[in-house]
Design a binder for this molecule. Structure first.
Ligand code: SF4
Ligand code: SF4
Length: 365
């Protein structure tokens, strides 16, 4: 927390208008799952075979200077040099969130060394049935939980990372929070899904009003045992208590195509350098206020959590809001009533979408 606080203060004192908080460094797009809401694994095979080299990863990290690095994908544990990448980032004192579906986690753990800089952020979208439905894979939950428990046992920092779509049952999510905290994880990360144009199941995405209703039901009247590895102000934004605009440059994305304009979710072109990304992107064309239809329903963490973090560390009022939010249980009678409403679409059935035959390939290409 203090690393981020001092970083934000330094940027403000130096008068920098746009600065990154988390680099979204995607070392590859291929994955050993094919989730229905994923916008990454639909690339053609020749793209899925490509990956960033460790040197390309280090150059991007040094070029942008963000104090935190998120390693999403694809599945980073399928990258044959992922250990070298992680160790190089630790040597650079970057706080790393290695996002994994954990299918390979237990097997690969002996290759990593616990560090305060390394957190495994395990993709877990809810209780067993909900997670298996979400990732289109029966048994996915049990494997991920085994990986989490082993990582905790070996002294690694572990968080869980959930994306919620339409049809999510808030009661089940609250039960899920109890389950993951009992596994010994440090905290929970959550976000509504983004309606990727390439994702196969478009019907599952939530509009803004439904996002606020869902998260108000989930996050009000919360238990003291639940820990969230996120800005409390961002959670208040999801619950509809705060109005924020997007800060897309707060989480710049770098992958095999270059620096992605304007954010991790949209692809309006690429630049070769970070400087070019910051200087040539027409930032005013993004965010809800811009009227851009691609941004109209977005409340995703990579765009709005940087706004919340900058708000929290940028003023005494914001800082006080963060402290208050950390210790509040958000008592709310109306939200309790929302929990008693029937689940939006009744019980879901598991949809197994076809996994591309190249999904498990590992290559140095
Ligand atoms: S785990 Fe699912 S959401 Fe994540 S990269 Fe793989 S297919 Fe996409
Ligand atoms: S609103 Fe969402 S999609 Fe639009 S720029 Fe921000 S993060 Fe990207």
């Amino acid at each position: 927390m203090w690393t981020v606080a001092t970083y934000v203060l330094k940027q403000r004192m130096s008068g920098t208008k746009r600065y990154p908080l988390v680099l979204m460094l995607e070392p590859l797009f291929r994955c050993n799952l094919a989730c229905a809401g994923c916008g990454k694994v639909q690339y053609p095979p020749h793209i899925l075979k490509k990956q960033l080299s460790p040197e390309e990863c280090f150059a991007a990290v040094e070029e942008c200077g963000a104090p935190m690095v998120s390693l999403p994908g694809g599945e980073p544990l399928l990258h044959p040099q992922i250990v070298e990448i992680v160790n190089g980032l630790i040597a650079r004192k970057k706080y790393i969130y290695l996002c994994t579906n954990a299918l390979e986690l237990k097997r690969r753990l002996p290759e990593f060394t616990p560090s305060k800089y390394l957190t495994f952020s395990v993709h877990l979208d809810g209780q067993r049935e909900h997670h298996d439905f979400s990732v289109c894979r029966e048994g996915g939950y049990d494997i991920a939980v085994e990986g989490i428990k082993e990582a905790v046992k070996r002294g690694f920092r572990v968080t869980t990372n959930a994306t919620f779509f339409d049809g999510t049952d808030p009661n089940s999510v609250r039960g899920f929070f109890d389950e993951v905290m009992a596994m010994g994880v440090e905290g929970i990360v959550l976000s509504p899904g983004y309606s990727y144009e390439k994702a196969p199941d478009q019907a599952r995405f939530l509009g803004r009003a439904r996002v606020r209703r869902l998260f108000r039901a989930i996050l009000s009247n919360r238990k003291k045992t639940w820990k969230f590895n996120m800005s409390p102000l961002f959670l208040e934004f999801l619950m509809g208590d705060r109005k924020y605009e997007c800060t897309p440059w707060g989480s710049p994305a770098y992958n095999i195509f270059g620096w992605q304009k304007p954010c991790y979710l949209l692809q309006d072109g690429y630049t070769e350098t970070y400087k070019e990304l910051i200087e040539t992107t027409k930032w005013e064309e993004y965010g809800v206020a811009s009227g851009n239809p691609k941004c109209a329903n977005c409340m995703v963490s990579c765009g709005y959590e940087p706004t919340a973090v900058i708000d929290g560390f940028g003023s005494l009022k914001g800082f006080w809001g963060m402290i208050r939010g950390t210790f509040s249980t958000y008592k709310d009678e109306h939200a309790l009533r929302l929990l008693n409403e029937p689940a939006p679409h009744g019980p879901a059935s598991l949809v197994q979408i076809e996994r591309p035959s190249h999904a498990y390939e590992e290559t140095n290409a």
